[in-house]
Ligand binder design. Structure first.
Ligand code: HAM
Length: 430
């Protein structure tokens, strides 16, 4: 019988990789907590019109990539392709605006897009996102950009480039759109097929084309900057000034348009060359009209989302040693020794240490090999002779340093042992 495999474009995150995910999640939580963001959890599926109206019918996401289906009650449901629309729906539905002030929210979870799978591009992928709702102030734009930079820095990633653009107000965009259409119309036959298709539906996306000939034509296309009203220009210049003050480097990119229609004013992407064609690690921007378009009060907002698969790929390349899963690997052989190992394991676990006990009963050599592979900094060994004297051997696996101690003393000193283990763990990390 043919075996059943995971659906195309999805992947299992196996225990050997999960340490990276946990590290990313833990560090992100710390940064978000310090910045006073609160977590929000919205459903994985929503009513289809939320995305059609929110992201825009003319986008690739809505036009080609949504996982939509009729449920048993004949309602059109879509697996969320991104997190912003659901957060905005919840914001409106629960009248979070009634609390006044600015809401700073974050979320993480799986998203779904029917794309061609490749390195860093999946059909089920995960995002970490933030949304700041209720502030028009350019400081909010700078705050979210700086927060993304902080999270990446805390993970040891500082060599990104930040592409920045302003898409202006809705009215600025309408003017710009008309200018783009009349420009590209002149070269209609030379554009790639996708861009021809987008000419009247979504001409801004032509600027984003990967086709070389189209790119060459797009180089001389009108720039959005020339269509910004004073209010938009001042907003954008202020964001740039604030980023300068914060020491966050950026490059202006007039071709940056993003793949979702809800953006106004600031749009940005953190990119890394290492990620190749899927170079964008984090994308976001301001979306001042989305909340009112979805039926809520007129509320400006700004946010971003990081693709976690891409982030984990970077960490795996740069920090090949998986973050240690456990503190201690416990090895024992012989009846009394194995009983004592069980007792000691339980005692150390109660003290908050992560201890994995080898259950194989196999030769010491084999058990010690598994200890090495476990990534634990410390291996505890009880053989027959140690067992008779209530002793345990301590082997520090990185340095090879060895020591012996009474089992009860070791338990009594578990806290200081924990500190030593943490030191060994942090020395191993880059
Ligand atoms: P997005 O640019 O569509 O923006 O996605 C954000 C990030 O999700 C991308 O930069 C990428 O790292 C990751 N990503 C997107 N598609 C895939 C895929 N098929 N496989 C793996 N990773 C992927 C948004 O989703 C907006 N909601 C961001 C935002 C929040 N804007 C304002 N607030």
């Amino acid at each position: 019988m043919e075996s059943i495999q995971a659906p195309r474009g999805t992947r299992d995150i196996l225990p050997e990789e999960v340490g990276y995910w946990q590290k990313v999640e833990a560090i992100a939580r710390q940064c978000l907590h310090a910045a006073a963001y609160q977590e929000i959890r919205t459903p994985t599926f929503e009513q289809t019109p939320l995305f059609e109206r929110g992201i825009g019918e003319a986008t690739d996401i809505v036009g080609k990539e949504m996982y939509s289906f009729l449920d048993r009650g004949d309602r059109s449901i879509t697996l969320r392709p991104e997190g912003t629309a659901g957060v905005v729906r919840a914001f409106i539905e629960h009248k979070l605006h009634a609390q006044g002030g600015t809401q700073r929210l974050w979320y993480t979870g799986p998203m779904f897009r029917y794309e061609r799978p490749g390195a860093g591009r999946q059909r089920q992928f995960h995002q970490l996102g933030v949304e700041v709702l209720g502030s028009q102030n350019p400081r909010a734009d700078a705050e979210v950009i700086a927060l993304a930079a902080d999270i990446l820095k805390s993970l040891g990633i500082e060599d990104w480039t930040l592409a920045l653009n302003s898409l202006g107000t809705f009215d600025d965009r309408q003017l710009y759109r008309e200018a783009l259409v009349s420009y590209f119309e002149q070269y209609k036959d030379d554009l790639d097929a996708d861009s021809q298709d987008r000419l009247y539906r979504n001409p801004l996306r032509i600027l984003d084309s990967k086709d070389q000939k189209t790119q060459a034509i797009a180089q001389d296309a009108p720039h959005i900057q020339d269509y910004l009203c004073d209010q938009s220009r001042i907003h954008f210049e202020t964001v740039c000034t604030l980023l300068n003050i914060l020491g966050i480097p950026y490059a202006l990119d007039p071709c940056l348009v993003r793949g979702l229609d809800y953006y106004t004013h600031t749009a940005f992407e953190f990119k890394l060359q290492e990620l190749g064609t899927q170079g964008t690690l984090c994308g976001g921007g301001r979306y001042d009209r989305l909340i009112s378009e979805l039926g809520g009060p007129d509320t400006p907002a700004v946010g971003w989302a990081i693709g976690l698969e891409r982030l984990v790929m970077l960490l795996q390349d740069r920090q090949p040693q998986s973050p240690s899963r456990i503190d201690i690997y416990m090895v024992a052989r012989g009846l009394l020794a194995e009983q004592q190992a069980l007792f000691l394991t339980k005692g150390l676990q109660k003290e908050g240490l992560q201890v994995e006990m080898d259950l194989s009963g196999s030769a010491f050599k084999k058990q010690l090999k598994r200890a090495d592979r476990s990534g634990a900094p410390l291996c505890l060994i009880i053989g027959e002779s140690e067992a008779e004297q209530d002793q345990v051997q301590l082997k520090w696996l990185e340095s090879g340093e060895q020591d012996q101690q009474n089992q009860f003393e070791l338990l009594a000193e578990a806290q200081s042992l924990g500190r030593k283990i943490n030191l060994a763990k942090s020395a191993k990390r880059i």
